[in-house]
Design a protein around this ligand. Structure first.
Ligand SMILES: [Zn+2]
Length: 264
């Protein structure tokens, strides 16, 4: 097990309906496995346990284990409740601890522990000029959508509200893939004909397994990639949740646990 002093934690909107919080906790205190020693910067994502014997677990896909344990609002092995990163100290099994690259700042790397993204029309200029996007397409703009028909190899759909899939299938080339990573409260309608006509695929993905997550963080560290964040104090969380519901954030909230947990 690894004892962690929490410096920052992030807020994730996909799970607002479930638990309204998620933890990404930084700084290892006590030695766990070989790669972690006292003072290492570490992170914990949305999982803290699984069965470790099923096919998914054996293939480093603990995230799809039927017995996986979320890091918040779940029951741990010892029947205690998990509370995510909303605390100043956390204990985690070393399998679920991600080693953070030394060169990445803790706050801007925190969102990588559980991935996701969202955007809106107001962010077009920023996406192209600041984030390096090649182009920007607004799904509510029929002219732009028409011009982009049959041009995409794949779409990562992050929308967590009910929305039509048919326009998205229209954007895909033949053999294109629509990957859903949002979690709408109600079922989406699945138009089958557009799938048949282009041998297109619709699939879902929750989060990465621990091995994949470590690889992704290492990649971010190697290329010095960080997330755009807004740092908030602990007592701002409820306001942040309301703002998330309105997509009013660029692009992730990260809570400064170390400085503000005990004040709130
Ligand atoms: Zn398992």
């Amino acid at each position: 097990m690894v004892v962690i002093v929490v410096i920052v934690t992030r807020v994730r909107e996909t799970r607002i309906k479930w638990a309204r919080n998620c933890g990404c906790s930084i700084r290892c205190w006590v030695q766990g496995k070989e790669i972690q020693s006292i003072g290492d910067k570490v992170g914990v994502g949305c999982m803290v346990g699984a069965c470790h014997s099923c096919e998914n677990c054996k293939n480093d896909l603990e995230n799809y284990c039927p017995k996986s344990i979320f890091s918040y609002n779940a029951t741990y092995y010892d029947q205690t409740r998990t509370y995510g990163g909303y605390s100043d100290v956390m204990v985690a099994n070393e399998r679920y601890v991600i080693l953070m690259p030394e060169n990445l700042p803790l706050d801007a790397a925190a969102p990588y522990c559980v991935l996701g993204s969202r955007t809106s029309p107001s962010k077009e200029k920023e996406a192209i000029q600041h984030l390096g996007a090649d182009s920007f397409l607004i799904s509510r703009n029929p002219d732009q959508m028409q011009a982009a028909m049959n041009t995409l190899d794949g779409i990562i759909d992050t929308v967590s509200a009910v929305h039509p899939l048919q326009p998205l299938f229209g954007l895909l080339k033949s053999h294109g893939k629509l990957i859903l990573i949002g979690a709408p409260e109600k079922p989406l309608e699945l138009p089958v004909l557009p799938l048949l006509m282009g041998r297109k695929l619709a699939a879902g993905s929750f989060t990465g397994g621990m091995k994949e997550t470590q690889e992704m963080i290492d990649f971010a560290g190697k290329h010095n990639i960080t997330a755009d964040i807004e740092i908030i104090p602990m007592d701002y969380v409820n306001t942040a949740m309301d703002r998330l519901s309105r997509a009013d954030v660029k692009y992730r909230f990260v809570i400064d646990i170390a400085k503000t947990l005990n004040i709130a």
